[in-house]
Design a protein around this ligand. Structure first.
Ligand code: ADP
Ligand code: MG
Length: 434
């Protein structure tokens, strides 16, 4: 083992956060991870799986609860000078010029003003921002702003670069250009950085950029599996090798944890299950697309993605919803319409909604709980606050709110309960109609 080549090493890292009511929630559990010199590693996982938390632990911004975190064989106790981070939200100071924003990191390191200016200029030039030093962030496009974010990170000559969804706020083309420019700098050995860890939502991006992909599972975040990529860069997105890898990673991402997969049934979701962020229109749109030619009920996920023109970020929650509601089955990178899903596609509007409601009551404990609670009330109505408080026992306030919103939207559609936006109350549906 050439341990001198290990940049970052995590052993048995746990992290939990306290919810509003004081109970601890495990976010990361038993995470082992290494970043070797010369590597780009991509970290994939669902939203909320702890990716940003892991990056912050590595950068020394927050401590792990348990386990060991080393940077070049030294334990990490606080912010590490050799590690720079690029954020999704550009995090630029609006009142400072591009040049001043970039110089900021150097100022903190005590670099003299003329040296700062020289280095900032060199980096701005390298990253395609020559001539923009005097501009204010608001005068720049999203892509240019993110270039400033990256310039600010690399001007400090970081040993390690951590990128937290750095390209995902950009439109596809801009993101691609910026990512290619970065790879050119990296592969051309034009930056001093020895290792890059990127967090991404985008499978194609991870396959195009990295030497290794790590997939994190959720609740708690654990490292589920790893895919090594030995293809030289730049990679051709349409090559057979890249397509096959994208397929493989798709399959791994949509796979349920092993113990559930082997039984072949979807484990029932618990009350605090994070209902996927998707709406009815998208669920039905994807279902229709899947049922239609050329797929006729069975599709390779990347192909369906292409046909749908939706992003992975929109599609994954939708697949999850389809699986959860028993309308489709997702396995190893393929999606198949179930018999019920077929029936659903062919049904008229009223039957669609009825089926949706039935599936919701059977498979989504939160919806069933809301319905039962309303039935137990003589008035048949309750404030949403009551369910929000319940969810906050499992989830952070913001996430609890989001999950309840999904449950409300789905429940209204399935006519399981009604919701009044003005009063914030949930009510049993009008019985006369039934
Ligand atoms: P990801 O980046 O994969 O979307 P995060 O690492 O941001 O996930 O968050 C993982 C989980 O930890 C989420 O449930 C989030 O709500 C929770 N979390 C993150 N930071 C904090 C914090 N400072 N306090 C409480 N909970 C947090
Ligand atoms: Mg994050």
């Amino acid at each position: 083992m050439m341990s001198q080549n290990v940049l970052i090493e995590l052993n048995g890292v746990d992290k939990s956060f306290r919810a509003a009511d004081g109970t601890a929630r495990n976010v990361l559990e038993q995470v082992d991870f290494t970043l070797q010199e010369g590597e780009i590693v991509a970290l994939l996982g669902k939203s909320g799986s702890g990716k940003s938390t892991l990056l912050r632990i590595i950068a020394g911004l927050i401590p792990a609860d348990k386990g060991q975190v080393d940077y070049r064989q030294q334990p990490v106790y606080g912010p590490v000078a050799g590690i720079a981070m690029v954020f999704q939200s550009f995090a630029l100071f609006p009142w400072l010029t591009v040049q001043q924003n970039v110089e900021l990191g150097l100022e903190a390191q005590g670099v003299a003003p003329d040296e700062r200016e020289k280095r900032a200029n060199a980096v701005l030039e390298m990253i395609g921002l020559a001539g923009f030093g005097g501009a204010l962030p608001r005068e720049l496009s999203g892509g240019m702003k993110q270039r400033v974010g990256i310039a600010r990170a690399i001007v400090t000559n970081p040993d390690i670069l951590l990128m937290d969804e750095a390209f995902s706020a950009l439109d596809v083309l801009t993101g691609e250009t910026l990512r290619n420019d970065m790879l050119e700098l990296w592969d051309g050995d034009r930056m001093p950085t020895r290792g890059i860890l990127i967090v991404s939502h985008n499978i194609e991006e991870a396959v195009m950029m990295s030497d290794r992909i790590i997939i994190l599972s959720s609740d708690p975040g654990r490292i589920r599996c790893e895919v090594k990529i030995d293809l030289p860069r730049p990679r051709d997105v349409d090559s057979i090798e890249v397509r096959a890898l994208i397929d493989e990673v798709y399959g791994l991402m949509t796979m349920r944890p092993v113990q559930e997969a082997t039984t072949g049934i979807t484990a029932p979701a618990h009350l605090g299950y994070r209902l996927p962020e998707t709406d009815i229109g998208r669920i039905e749109g994807v279902l229709d697309l899947l049922a239609d030619t050329p797929f006729d009920g069975h599709a390779d996920l990347p192909q369906l993605a292409e046909e749908s023109e939706l992003s992975d970020e929109e599609l994954f929650p939708t697949y999850e919803a389809l699986g959860l509601l028993g309308l489709a089955q997702i396995e190893q990178g393929d999606i198949t319409l179930t018999a019920l899903g077929r029936h659903y596609v062919e049904a008229d509007q009223a039957h669609k909604q009825e089926t949706f409601g039935q599936q919701l009551l059977t498979h989504v404990p939160l919806a069933a709980h809301i319905r039962r609670s309303l039935e137990a009330e003589p008035s048949g109505t309750l404030p949403e606050k009551r369910f929000l408080e319940l969810l906050e026992e499992f989830l952070k306030a913001e996430e609890a709110k989001r999950v309840l919103e999904v449950a409300i939207e789905w429940g209204r559609y399935g006519e399981v309960y009604e919701y009044d936006y003005h009063t914030g109350r949930l009510t049993l549906p009008d019985q006369d109609e039934a």
